[in-house]
Write a new protein. Structure first.
Length: 88
């Protein structure tokens, strides 16, 4: 379980960093007048970051099957975000 929580924690941290970068690029694009990711994309990244952090906290505070469920939610949200915003 520790390894699974560690990997999902790394994914959650990466999602938060990605959300910060996308939000920063949206702000810079707005201020400097160049095309950026837009507010809708930034909002999706921030919402996903909040979701993975909440799921990771849940996984860290529980044991057994609940931990696995929390980790799966982290992977699912991060995967959906990458699929919808980056690969599609």
């Amino acid at each position: 379980m520790r390894v699974l929580r560690g990997v999902s924690g790394a994914v959650a941290g990466g999602t938060v960093v990605l959300a910060l970068v996308v939000a920063g690029a949206a702000i810079m694009g707005l201020r400097r007048g160049f095309p950026g990711p837009g507010w809708a994309d930034a909002a999706w990244h921030v919402a996903a970051a909040i979701g993975v952090v909440l799921a990771q906290v849940y996984a860290d505070r529980h044991r057994g099957f609940r931990t696995v469920c929390g980790c799966v939610v982290v992977f699912a949200i991060a995967g959906c975000l990458l699929w919808a915003q980056w690969w599609n």
